[in-house]
Design a protein around this ligand. Structure first.
Ligand code: SF4
Ligand code: SF4
Length: 56
């Protein structure tokens, strides 16, 4: 289990700036979570303005 960023993402960068383990990267087109590094803290979901990160 890990958080995933859904298509609702508007690429604001707030999640990447707040992730405690820095596992969210902009791949040039969109933001992605490294599912092997995510500790499921929920911070990204909490700061996202459009509720894009979700547990899969
Ligand atoms: Fe980072 Fe936490 Fe979001 Fe996982 S749940 S991507 S560790 S902020
Ligand atoms: Fe996308 Fe939400 Fe992250 Fe902003 S905080 S980059 S909208 S997932």
């Amino acid at each position: 289990m890990a958080y995933k960023i859904t298509d609702k993402c508007i690429s604001c960068g707030a999640c990447a700036a707040n992730c405690p383990v820095e596992c969210i990267k902009n791949n040039g087109e969109k933001y992605e979570i490294d599912e092997n590094a995510c500790i499921e803290c929920g911070t990204c979901a909490g700061v996202c303005p459009v509720d894009a990160p979700s547990l899969d």
